[in-house]
Design a protein around this ligand. Sequence first.
Ligand code: FE2
Length: 384
Amino acid sequence: MDGGHVVIGDRVMNLNWIIMHNPLPVCTSANHGHHSDCLAKYCLVRLTNKGLWNVPFINNCYLINARLIKNKNTRPSYSEGDLDADMAFAYANRERYIFMYVTNRLDFGHLVNPDNYDITVTHPDLYQIFDNKLDWEKKYIHENYSENFNPNRTPMQPCPDVYWFPIVNERFTKELIDVMEAYGKWSDGSNHDPRLTGGYENVPTRDIHMNQVKYEPQWLYFLKEYVRSLQELVFTGYYHDDPRIEGGYEAVPTRDIHMKQIGLHESWLNILYEYVSPLQERVFIGYNTNPPRSLMNFVVRYRPDEQPSLKPHHDSSTYTINIALNRVGVDYEGGGCRFIRYNCSVTDTKPGWMLMHPGRLTHYHEGLRVISGTRYIMISFVDP
Ligand SMILES: [Fe+2]
């Protein structure tokens, strides 16, 4: 079982080889399956060097010279005493001087995780953001997404504090529309909305929520993975992570003690509610100080014979994202978003491009009239 127990000999090397490639770190030492001890070391090797390493242990996915399999004396064995199958395999190889290697010189691809592939949904691949993230990104993220982070480029700003980023590709936008239309239960556009706590929607649209098509967890993950980093570019420091705060990172730290730590959190909220809110109401009129903490994620459909436009309103969010899902001038005419305070409209939206703007106080806005065709947008109210 000694990991160093190998004899280098050209004859053996040439005849018998096993190469294993795995995108994950590989355990190499004689720690007999307890991988965590060597992960850090091996990660470093893999990131900084390209090479071919002779190792005492491989598992999961490997290439084997067919001659080894044909020969009874060298074919893989997965049973040895009380060792598990992987350890038995590596042990048997070592005992027979069958050399094992890992390499990162060539890309052999990667394994797909099929465990949660649900063929009953309209576009199964769209739902694979958790299980097969690498493939998901290749299929759905906008080809220029990473350019958003180029320090030499200033984010586009079609209206004051309204930012514009490419985020998903056209395949994503088309498949999301398909998912929604296959589900088909668009809201009726009235103020009565049984999906909401309280059942009343002040600014109703014709829409379908992400949780209705079972895409809520995927969408929240998408926000965290692909939207949050863009938000940080333009609304810097908005996310305050701290051990006392979810996430644990404080971008703008001070020496402080939270009211929670001294048991005054509830009292403080009460003071805010009782004494501060009335003052705030005088200057930021109509801002709802006691909103429910929930995320609203939905696709809206505008069409002339249904709901063509949306009256001026504030969003119940700290900031809103609005992703165009289809093409103005092709799929529909008209439409767009007008920010009333700035008398500024964004009408030349592009599928897969996301608008990001403050939800409350400053960005009173309206949905402009769709004259023909159907316009689809994906909306999230972040931090209501
Ligand atoms: Fe809105």
